[in-house]
Design a protein around this ligand. Structure first.
Ligand SMILES: Cc1cc2nc3c(=O)[nH]c(=O)nc-3n(C[C@H](O)[C@H](O)[C@H](O)COP(=O)(O)O)c2cc1C
Ligand SMILES: CCCCCCC(=O)C(=O)O
Length: 378
């Protein structure tokens, strides 16, 4: 991997190695992809203030996330179907995160189940919850996360309905997957990927085994989600989840100050400023655009995490400078996983760690706690 120097390099290898339907599922966004592009572009437009002749020999990237020590201000975000990017992808990603000293979040829509991951990693991980119509199942899922000793519950609040991803429809991303000749040819040219996925523990949604409904007919992702996910979800349900989940609770998908105010009243320990990586409300502002106002409004009452568009350590520094306590990354690590499995995730984390360390040095700061808007040229 000597020739891999940035996340875009990992993305190019990911694109080459993984079937188009799964690469596009990871890489693309909803509708016109304006919000997806804005996430990346708005971050990149933020300029740093170069500072010179400061002793930066003792740079320390460690921090705390929800009160727990972390080696970096980073978290691996929940990503559905991770095990379709690379066989047992959830386990490989979780191990890489734990080796790097940061939290990993397992998606409800993962391929490996909560129990698969728990049995194959050393430390607790976070579990992300999607609320479906069958509340008995959701309660059981939360109980499984408790039994697996998950150390935080991330309740995603921005996907009651799914923003259409045109690429997924064109690629026949359905539940169960739709087969076509061109898909078979594409798979046939990726034998290493096929072998890896076949060696993996599962090829369906591991957490939903025994509960998959509405999959007798092939239905597009959006249609299937409409049959499963609960569109009635509201703040009262957050109270219900708070009452049955005894641990740390994080609300993911906040993009509005009024919603952030509500979130701060729920007893959740953190919220994630997020537009779901530009995969949901196309036309919504970029995450970085709304971060400062959310921090101003509720940052003293609830920990503010951030995601959307982070492709480098410079981007992490930008989000921290605007008030995020830590950042989640989605595609940046999924590109590493699709490219090289667990070592690819480790490589993505190395790249971001080194970029952040160098950026801190060139801005004249030694610790994460020192990063605020004085590092920006604004
Ligand atoms: C392929 C993919 C699948 C995702 N699946 C989930 C999911 O199951 N649950 C969730 O809360 N967020 C999901 N997300 C959103 C991420 O958790 C995160 O918010 C987003 O990726 C951040 O943007 P970034 O990819 O630009 O870093 C997914 C994102 C991607 C790219
Ligand atoms: C295949 C079902 C995907 C459910 C939603 C996962 C997600 O949050 C995303 O794709 O984004």
């Amino acid at each position: 991997m000597k020739h891999i120097t940035c996340i875009e390099d990992l993305r190019q290898v990911h694109k080459r190695k993984v079937p188009k339907a799964f690469f596009d599922y990871a890489d693309r966004g909803s509708y016109s992809e304006d919000t997806l592009r804005a996430n990346v572009d708005d971050l990149q437009q933020i300029k740093f203030r170069q500072r010179i002749l400061v002793d930066v020999s003792k740079r320390d990237l460690s921090t705390t996330i929800l009160g727990e020590p972390a080696a970096l201000p980073l978290i691996l975000a929940p990503v559905g179907l991770t095990g379709m990017q690379y066989g047992d992808g959830e386990i490989h990603a979780c191990r890489a995160a734990q080796a790097a000293g940061i939290p990993y979040t397992l998606s409800t829509m993962s391929i490996c189940s909560i129990e698969d991951v728990a049995a194959n990693v050393d430390k607790p991980f976070w579990f992300q919850l999607y609320v479906m119509k069958d509340r008995g199942f959701i309660k059981a899922l939360i109980e499984r996360a408790i039994a697996a000793k998950c150390s935080a519950l991330v309740l995603t609040v921005d996907l009651q309905v799914i923003g259409q991803r045109h690429a997924d429809i064109k690629n026949g991303m359905t539940v169960p997957p739709e087969w076509s000749l061109s898909k078979l040819v594409d798979f046939a040219t990726k034998p290493a990927w096929v072998a890896g996925v076949l060696r993996g523990k599962r090829r369906t949604f591991g957490n939903l085994v025994g509960h998959l409904k509405g999959t007798d007919d092939i239905t597009a992702l959006g249609t299937w989600i409409a049959t499963q996910f609960d569109t009635t979800l509201n703040w009262k349900d957050v109270e219900w989840i708070r009452s049955i989940w005894p641990g740390k609770l994080i609300l993911k998908g906040i993009l509005d100050v009024e919603d952030a105010e509500e979130a701060a009243k729920t007893g959740a320990q953190a919220l994630v400023v997020s537009n779901h990586g530009g995969r949901q409300l196309d036309g919504a502002p970029s995450s970085i655009e709304v971060l400062p106002e959310v921090v101003d409004a509720v940052g003293s009452r609830i920990e503010i995490l951030f995601d959307g568009g982070i492709r480098s350590g410079q981007d992490v520094m930008r989000a921290l400078a605007l008030g995020a306590k830590s950042c989640m990354i989605g595609r940046a690590y999924i590109h590493g996983l699709g490219a090289y499995g667990g070592p690819g995730v480790a490589k993505a984390l190395d790249i971001i760690r080194n970029e952040l360390s160098v950026t801190m040095g060139l801005c004249g700061v030694n610790t994460i706690a020192e990063i605020d808007d004085h590092v920006l040229a604004i």
